[in-house]
Design a protein around this ligand. Structure first.
Ligand SMILES: Nc1ncnc2c1ncn2[C@@H]1O[C@H](COP(=O)(O)OP(=O)(O)OP(=O)(O)O)[C@@H](O)[C@H]1O
Ligand SMILES: [Mg+2]
Length: 206
């Protein structure tokens, strides 16, 4: 049977999940629909649709857009709806930074190395939310750009181990390069599909 990609059906499912998780008024704004359809194509792993959208299913996602447009909630919804090996674990970059300040370099291994989910047995797909919003980190006075280290480590495992990573950020590529350096920027192209909310996507905070 022909596989039908019915975006409207999935969009409705996203709105239902969104209402459960974030309140009854969760609705996909018309300006965000094309982006939501790209997210759907990725998370249902629809090869045909992904190809049409220029998305590589072998890479992770870099989700960008203006403050409050709904990046974090959309990723949480997709995470909750997708099971199995593609369901990401969302952690905030600020949380990672605080963990590093407390525990040091083991935190880079924790998030940077290949690790398996205890329950599912699948490799953990991390999604680092708020990339670039974390404060500079140090452990016992030794400074270290912890997200830079983690991204380099995961970038180096992306191809040989097919390790997936997602990031959510408000920053654009030049700003990310300034913050994390050329080696990260170079790996990013290989690690991520860029999925951007429209700059005109409204702030959904009330
Ligand atoms: N489609 C939507 N309909 C209604 N409310 C929404 C929608 N998307 C997000 N919201 C609500 O708007 C607020 C901001 O959403 P969210 O935190 O996902 O934005 P963000 O893009 O991650 O913001 P930031 O850039 O500050 O991290 C949240 O309270 C969320 O529940
Ligand atoms: Mg957010």
């Amino acid at each position: 049977m022909e596989h039908l990609f019915d975006a409207a059906v999935y969009q409705q499912m996203i709105e239902e999940k969104g209402s459960q998780l974030f309140g009854k008024r969760y609705r996909i704004h018309p300006i965000d629909e094309p982006l939501v359809h790209r997210m759907i194509a990725y998370f249902i792993q629809d090869e045909q649709r992904a190809k049409e959208e220029g998305i590589s299913l072998g890479k992770g996602l870099m989700l960008t857009g203006p403050v409050g447009c709904g990046k974090s909630s959309l990723m949480q919804i997709c995470a909750a709806m997708s099971g199995g090996p593609f369901a990401p674990k969302v952690v905030n970059a600020r949380q990672v930074a605080m963990e590093f300040n407390k525990s040091g370099y083991e935190v880079i291994a924790k998030y940077g190395d290949l690790a398996f989910d205890k329950d599912t047995g699948f490799p953990i797909v991390y999604c680092f939310d708020g990339l670039g919003s974390e404060s500079p980190t140090s452990h016992y006075g030794q400074s270290c750009n912890v997200m830079e280290e983690i991204l380099i480590s995961r970038g180096d495992l992306a191809r040989p181990r097919q390790m997936l990573t997602h990031v959510i950020t408000n920053l654009d590529a030049p700003t990310l390069e300034k913050r994390y350096g050329k080696p990260v920027r170079s790996r990013m192209r290989e690690m991520f599909n860029l999925i951007s909310f429209s700059p005109d996507s409204p702030d959904k905070r009330q």
